[in-house]
Each structure stands twice: as C-alpha cells, then as structure tokens.
Write a protein of this length. Structure first.
Length: 143
C-alpha cells in the first residue's frame, strides 16, 4: 500500500487469500497509505478480470503485467506508460495459474546478487518505480 501510494499507483486489488490490507500491523506499516489508497478486496480473480474487460470495452486498453522471476521480459523493456494492472503473487508460490494466464506479459527484475528474487513488496515497488520513471520520461518528451 505504501509503495502504491508513494509511487503514484491508483489503487490496489486484493484477490483470494492474500494478506489483509486492513490488518492492524499492515495499517501501521502503511503509515496512512491504506487510508489514502483505494482498495478493493475480491473473492477471486474473476471480478478483477471482468473489470479489465469492461475497461477495455470502454476504450481503455488496460494491460495486465505479472511479476515473475521467470518472466520473459526485463522490467525496463515493458512499456508501462499506459493503463497497467500489475500482478504480484504471494511470497511462497507467486501468482496463481489463473493470473499467469491472464497476463499480457510476465516481467522480471534482473538479479545480480545471490538472491533469485525480491519479496513481493519490494518487487512491486521496483515495478512501480519503473512505471513512474517511464511515465515521467514520456511526459518530458511530450512537453
């Protein structure tokens, strides 16, 4: 929540058995970002995909970008300047098969150290930062 708020995200969708964004410890860790960030908790992926399809039907080309250590594209090679739903799985098993199938692209954050991946919060922050960087650069080119 804190990273979404700090890096210009527009909201959070929590599906299935994910962490509770309203847990007292999560609220405290968010330093108020949970209150400021629109959040929707859904029982499954289906309502989220229905929303994406509705947006697309209304002319908003929302892409779904999944984060995965085995992703096919490095994060800086994915165009994140348009409407984007970033999907991050859980710490243990990553994204569900349904989310992976729904993604338009699976992106990875190249690792240069001994760790093969980042935790979910850090990976999401890195992707959000790259989206912010790309949007800032694109805005500078238009000015």
């Amino acid at each position: 929540m804190r990273s979404v708020d700090a890096l210009g995200g527009h909201g959070v969708i929590v599906t299935g058995h994910a962490a509770d964004p309203y847990d007292p410890q999560a609220l405290r860790a968010s330093t108020g970002s949970t209150i400021m960030t629109p959040t929707v908790r859904l029982p499954s992926i289906r309502p989220a995909l229905d929303w994406v399809e509705e947006m697309r039907a209304n002319g908003v080309n929302v892409q779904i970008v999944g984060t995965d250590e085995d992703g096919t594209q490095d994060v800086w090679d994915v165009d994140l300047t348009g409407p984007t739903l970033i999907v991050t799985g859980n710490e243990h098993s990553g994204m569900s098969a349904a989310w992976k199938e729904a993604c338009n692209v699976l992106t990875r954050i190249p690792m240069t150290g001994h760790a093969s991946s980042l935790n979910a919060a850090n990976a999401t922050a890195a992707i959000l930062y790259e989206a912010t960087r790309q949007r800032h650069t694109a805005g500078s080119r238009r000015a």
